[in-house]
Design a protein around this ligand. Structure first.
Ligand SMILES: C=C(O[C@@H]1C=C(C(=O)O)C=C[C@H]1O)C(=O)O
Length: 187
């Protein structure tokens, strides 16, 4: 898998909705994956022999318009979650400066360990509501799927979750790549 770090960030500005606002969620089992409340990492691990986090990039960036209104800058982490060498999830996490300061070592030394191991390993972080999105990637993310040899033939589904910690919030968004949707729909 040849992905150039030169293109980080890959994320795009996406319109997120609460599930109730979406007239047609995808059929099950994809809808269950989208709305599942536990750790996505744990769910993914149970469907593969080899689970891998490939870090596409991390750094202090300006969020997209409307992505994190209260924050002018945030620590952004983008990764691919790969199952048996197949990229399933493009994940983009935004951590506000105040929260980064409180848990700096944890976040900055994460590396290829899944963020979920930090967020679900204690009661410190409280998962919030899930939002969903249904979109056609058009810029960097489209180039990324091409470079992964996963052409986008139908809109992608994604989900976004807030996690609260000591009065702060971080945002985790996860986009199901074409290969993931194909394999989930065969389950
Ligand atoms: C939030 C979780 O962590 C996963 C791992 C991520 C990472 O390592 O950056 C990002 C999003 C998640 O899919 C989870 O497991 O639910």
């Amino acid at each position: 898998m040849s992905v150039t770090r030169l293109s980080f960030p890959y994320g795009e500005s996406i319109q997120w909705f609460s599930p109730e606002q979406i007239s047609e969620l995808p059929d099950s089992p994809l809808s269950e994956w989208l709305l599942s409340s536990g750790s996505l990492t744990q769910k993914l691990r149970s469907h593969c022999t080899k689970f891998e986090v490939k870090v596409l990039g991390e750094g202090k960036l300006t969020p997209f318009r409307g992505e994190f209104p209260a924050q002018r800058q945030a620590w952004v982490r983008e990764v691919l979650l790969c199952l048996d060498d197949v990229p399933w999830i493009f994940a983009r996490t935004l951590i506000p400066a105040n929260l980064l300061e409180k848990k700096e070592t944890d976040f900055l030394t994460l590396g290829t360990r899944p963020l979920g191991e930090l967020l679900f390993s204690s009661d410190d972080f409280t998962p919030g509501r899930i939002e969903v999105a249904h979109f056609t990637p058009c810029q960097q993310l489209a180039q990324l799927t091409q470079s992964l040899k996963q052409p986008v033939t139908q809109e992608l589904w994604g989900r976004r979750r807030y996690f609260s910690y000591d009065g702060e919030q971080l945002i985790v968004s996860e986009t199901f790549l074409p290969a993931a949707r194909q394999l989930i729909e065969q389950m």
